[in-house]
Design a protein around this ligand. Structure first.
Ligand SMILES: Cc1ncc(COP(=O)(O)O)c(C=O)c1O
Length: 396
């Protein structure tokens, strides 16, 4: 034990121990004390590593960043207080007034909002295009385009982007290729192996996996971009809470097991739903009949993804009956939880769209997106089979 300087002053240091904890300690300290001004100089000049003020970095955030760096095959990534934090850091921290950015037309709702509302307000122009069709992406490029942002598997229609085509387009035009890998995760897809320059994640979802933390992660191939992102995230106060990072590390330790189990069950659920007379159609990237099956096989291999979407016959009335009949499952607008969650885009994520816009995306009142969790697969299939039968009793 180091000395105590007085009864009103905090103890400095922990009891000496020849052994060390097997769990990462939680470090909630906002400030870090240095020995001398020279020692502080050494830290600020990068001659030694150390912390000063937790908005600028803390051990629990660094532990998560290093784990995700290893998973994505990268280095120098940063963690922010939510997934939208990293989306904002990339779009606002790397683009300048006068620049143009192309986004996938089915990005996560808040990312779309930033493209449509916030960037134009700051003089950054944007276009949205179908990332499954390289001709549309190419047509959206302008002389001032700097970046393309896409998700690999779109939400909630589970279309698979033409990653190879977009990577080639970015190389040809000298654009930054940003991939939001939240749905697919580093277990299902490795964006850097497919030409991405920047990878982002909402850790909140499958990586942390327990619906109890919000965090984001971003890493660039180019260290200079990582430094820009780091400085921007510090200046704009995107700092993650040490406790959230600590919880997320606990989640990450089981991520691969959870992901493999969930995606295996997702495949089975997709097959089961396809047999049910009350279901009009099923969308699962690795199911025969999916419009992007070949691409999904090439990009996702056997890892697939844990998301399945389907359309019930019978519209809103059937949808209401279905969530009541499947009351063991959370009807909640999230994904990647340990439990299966149901989301109904027409009443939640896509409610701001007109019925015509929803129809163009194929999002009827009977459309559900399922994030498959870790329940016993047989029990889960029975819940769906029974709930569909109750919701659409007359289906043939
Ligand atoms: C693909 C994708 N990217 C980014 C986000 C934003 O993440 P967060 O909710 O952690 O801010 C989400 C959230 O659902 C998402 O689904």
């Amino acid at each position: 034990m180091k000395n105590f300087r007085g009864s009103l002053i905090r103890p400095v240091g922990l009891p000496d121990s020849a052994s060390h904890p097997v769990v990462t300690p939680l470090s909630p300290s906002v400030v870090y004390a240095s020995e001398t001004p020279d020692a502080l100089d050494d830290q600020y000049e990068g001659r030694v590593h150390g912390y000063t003020y937790s908005r600028e970095g803390h051990p629990n955030a660094d532990v998560i960043a290093k784990r995700l760096d290893a998973m994505e095959g990268a280095s120098g990534g940063i963690v922010t207080g939510s997934g939208m934090g990293v989306v904002s850091a990339v779009l606002l921290g790397l683009l300048n007034t006068g620049d143009h950015v192309v986004g996938g037309n089915q990005l996560y709702g808040r990312s779309l909002r930033m493209m449509k509302e916030d960037l134009p307000r700051l003089g950054i122009t944007t276009s949205l295009a179908d990332p499954c069709d390289i001709d549309f992406m190419r047509a959206a490029i302008r002389p001032e385009t700097r970046m393309i942002l896409v998700e690999v598997v779109s939400n909630p229609t589970l279309r698979v982007a033409d990653i190879k085509g977009i990577a080639e387009l970015c190389r040809e035009k000298g654009l930054l290729f940003v991939v939001d890998n939240t749905f697919t995760t580093p277990r299902g897809f490795k964006p850097f192996d497919h030409g991405a320059d920047i990878v982002i994640h909402s850790i909140t979802k499958l990586l942390a996996g327990h619906s109890d933390v919000m965090l984001g992660y971003v890493v660039a191939r180019d260290p200079a971009l990582n430094e820009k992102l780091r400085v921007f995230s510090i200046t704009t106060g995107m700092t993650p809470s040490p406790f959230d990072c600590w919880l997320a590390e606990r989640g990450l330790l089981t991520f691969e097991l959870r992901f493999d189990r969930a995606q295996e069950t997702a495949k089975r659920l997709a097959d089961k739903l396809a047999e049910l007379p009350g279901v009009a159609r099923v969308l699962y990237p690795l199911q025969s009949g999916h419009p992007d099956l070949t691409r999904a096989k090439n990009l996702l291999g056997v890892q697939g993804c844990n998301m399945v979407s389907f359309e019930l016959k019978g519209g809103r009335a059937a949808a209401n009956a279905f969530t009541r009949a499947a009351a063991q499952l959370n009807f909640a607008p999230t994904l990647g939880d340990v439990g299966t969650t149901l989301s109904h885009p027409a009443s939640s994520s896509h409610r701001a769209l007109t019925p015509e816009e929803r129809a163009a995306l194929g999002l009827s009142e009977g459309f559900f997106r399922v994030s498959v969790g870790l329940e016993d697969p047989e029990a889960l299939l029975s819940i769906f089979t029974d709930a569909v039968a109750q919701a659409v009793p007359d289906a043939i």
